[in-house]
Each structure stands twice: as C-alpha cells, then as structure tokens.
Ligand binder design. Structure first.
Ligand code: SF4
Ligand code: SF4
Length: 415
C-alpha cells in the first residue's frame, strides 16, 4: 500500500472532488460576510488544502491560521449544492496542522494534560472559583485588572465577561445512581459534559430532577470526563480518540436504555463525529435530552408557569449537527403557551464557535448582540437554549444589555 502524506486529507478525498467551485458558500458563511476573503469560506480553503496536499504549497503557519477561521456553524454544509462537508474537512485540515508541528505548548498543556485524563481540571477550576470570588471582593470596581478576569466591572462595554467556574463540580455532588420516582419507565446514563460539570451545574441538577420525576433511573458515572470535542476542534485527534474510547469502554458493561447528552455540541460529537470521523461506536443509543423524552419516549410534559416571556436560541450543533431544528421550540410552545415567543434569528449562529469568540472576539461580537436585540424586539425577557457553550457566550451579550443570563431548556422543563 502506498504511504501518503496528509492521510486525514486523503481520507476525505470525496469531499474535495465534489466541490464544483460554485461559490455559494460565500453567500452563506458568516465569516466571509464579514471579511470578503476567499480563504475564509470553504471554496478558497478547499483550494488551499488541495495545494498543500499535492505539495504545491507548504503546510505552514499561514495555512494553520486560515484553517482556524471557522465557527463550525455548518451553514455551508447545509447549503452546499454538491453536499461538501466543510466542517469535517476543517477537522482533517487542523489534524494535519497538528501533525505538522503547529500545536503550541499552551494547547498541548490544555488538551494533552488537562483534558485528556481529566483529573486535574476539576481542582483547577474550583480553586479558580475561590480565587475569582476573593478578587471580586478585593478589587475596586474600576480596577484595570478586572479586564483580564471574569469579573463584573463598571466599564462593561470595554471588557469581556467570561463565565465563572462553579465552587463545586456537578460530578463531585451528583455522581452515582438516582432512583426514578413513581412508576418506572426506564433507565438512562447522563453524559454531563465539561461546561455543566465545571460551570453551569444547575443544568445537571435540572436533568436529574426532570428525568427522575418522569420515572427514569439516572446513572451518572463519575469517571466520564470530556467528550473530546474541543480537542477535535483544535486538530488533536489523538486526545479526541482517547476520550471517545474511554467513554465507549465505560459504557460497555452498563445496562441502560440510552446515553443522554443535554449539550448540543457534545451530542453532535458523540452521535456524528465519533462514528464518522473517529471510527468509534458507542455501545448505547445516544440522544439529546429533549429528543429522548419527546421523540423517542413520547412523554407528555405538563404546563410550566412562572417564567417571563422567552425566546429560543437554536444551537448550530442541534439544528444542523443533530438535525433537530424544531423539536425544542415545539416543546417550549407546548409547556409555556403564549410565554414562548419563538426562535431569535433561527438558523443563525450565535458567534461562539467553541473558543473562536475568545481568539477572534471582534469578528463575531455582533452575532451575539444581534440575538439579544432580536429577543428584545420580540418582547422576550429571557433567552433559553440547549447548549452550555452557546450559553456562556450569549450570557455576555445578555448581561451587557441588562438582561439575566440565559437558561438551558432543561431548567425550564424541570420547573
Ligand atoms: S458551495 Fe459547496 S460546491 Fe460550491 S464552492 Fe462552496 S463548497 Fe464548493
Ligand atoms: S462552518 Fe460556518 S464559519 Fe465555517 S466555513 Fe462553514 S459557514 Fe463558514
């Protein structure tokens, strides 16, 4: 067998061949809309990938930076007339960059030390939570140091507001077995995900409350770790594969009806990228938390009162990534009645793009702000969604505009 350079790119050769250079992705890609640069949208990037793969250009830093310019919003894939899956090609391109040595020490530490084994991450974030609360108490509200920390400041316009880590991780409090209440319907495994474990622990509490109250035994394995999506997004396929194999191994002896993932990105990763990019199958059926209850089990949810008028943000990895564009809105409409006002800019990415908003804030700042402005125009007072990653980014725009932080749909359904 011929050994080829760039095996990840060759493995997706069909996508290269499918691209007919029509340029439709230019009119779709939100980053192209902001830059008008050929190398930002899939057509230009595919040409660059082919040139590198065929040896006409070097795999260098400029190539790596170009491949990093993507929100993974999947709009181009959904609208490409030839069916090119650019988001997956982006994973392959970044994997080649990592193989080529473009993976700095910070990323290496984050993914290969902290995220891979996962043991150090909880003590670091909970210690960070204590430090942040201490600094919040000590530092004056107009201190310039606040601009470098996830602390509220009196100059909200000029700073970033990052989420605060939780003082106690969700898993340290809820790992184990939670019995169904009343008539038992089934037994599920809850995949918690990093954001719920380390930051928004109330999402996990809502999951356990809702599922047990509906008659499901909930198993929360303590050793579950990260799904590996952040590593895959940065091209570190070996860490992503390690995490996927760990999860498959953990689940292989567990008797349950399903693995439930309330994070849109984590769900997309486990359902789609594990089998189709990493070649790893999970030994249980995998569902989004609302998909399982409403679509698979046909559970009837009773009306929920006491919430302000709210709008939904449809995460890209739910609508396009898991092909669930309407289910959550229908569910909210059913349980909230007239208090649910619909989706804010349905189909548009919020601009988070994993960590893209951290490295390229000015590029996508207006996307989060547009979601909030639309919510206001619709008469909404609360944003609800189903991705803890989107929530962390949208909360910044919401807080700056004087609104409360967003809620996960489970927090609404759990009442
Ligand atoms: S829309 Fe699809 S086929 Fe057309 S240039 Fe973009 S990637 Fe190629
Ligand atoms: S996934 Fe989104 S940001 Fe990335 S190239 Fe496609 S449309 Fe542009």
């Amino acid at each position: 067998m011929i050994e080829r350079n760039y095996p990840y790119l060759w493995s997706l050769e069909e996508d290269f061949l499918r691209c007919m250079r029509c340029g439709k992705c230019h009119s779709i890609c939100p980053l192209y809309e902001r830059t008008s640069r050929e190398l930002i949208a899939p057509r230009g990037k595919i040409a660059l990938l082919e040139a590198v793969r065929d040896g006409a250009m070097p795999l260098d830093r400029a190539f790596t930076e170009s491949m990093d310019q993507c929100l993974h919003c999947m709009l181009c894939k959904e609208n490409c007339p030839a069916g090119v899956d650019w988001p997956r090609l982006a994973f392959a391109a970044r994997a080649e960059s990592v193989q080529g040595g473009f993976f700095g020490p910070i990323k290496s530490f984050l993914f290969r030390i902290l995220l891979k084994r996962g043991r150090l991450l909880p003590p670091i974030t909970t210690s960070g939570a204590v430090l942040i609360r201490l600094l919040d108490f000590i530092l004056p509200k107009n201190s310039p140091w606040r601009t470098a920390l996830p602390l509220p400041s009196i100059t909200l316009d000029s700073i970033r507001i990052f989420p605060r880590p939780a003082p106690k991780t969700f898993l340290s409090q809820f790992a184990g077995f939670h019995s169904a209440q009343g008539k038992k319907r089934g037994r599920v495994v809850f995949f918690v995900g990093c954001a719920t474990n380390l930051v928004n622990t109330t999402i996990g509490e809502a999951f356990v409350k809702l599922y047990t109250s509906l008659g499901y035994d909930v198993l929360v394995p303590a050793e579950q770790g990260c799904c590996g999506f952040p590593a895959l997004g940065y091209g570190d396929t070996s860490t992503a594969r390690y995490r996927a194999n760990k999860l498959a191994e953990l689940l292989k002896d567990i008797q349950a009806d399903a693995l439930i993932v309330p994070c849109a990105s984590g769900g997309h990763m486990i359902k789609e990228e594990y089998p189709h990019f990493l070649g790893i199958d999970i030994p249980l059926p995998v569902y989004d938390s609302v998909e399982f209850l409403l679509k698979v089990e046909g559970v009837e949810l009773s009306r929920r009162d006491g919430f302000p008028p709210m709008v939904f943000h449809l995460p890209c990895h739910l609508g396009r990534g898991q092909e669930l564009p309407h289910l959550h809105q229908k569910t909210l409409s059913r349980v909230l009645g007239e208090k649910f006002l619909g989706a804010a800019l349905e189909g548009d990415c919020c601009g988070a793009g994993g960590t893209y908003h951290i490295t390229h804030y000015e590029m996508t700042k207006d996307m989060g702000e547009a979601k909030v402005k639309t919510m206001e125009e619709m008469g909404g007072e609360l944003m609800v969604t189903s991705c803890p990653g989107c929530m962390m980014y949208l909360d910044e725009a919401l807080i700056k505009a004087g609104h409360p932080p967003s809620k996960h749909i489970l927090e609404v359904l759990a009442g």
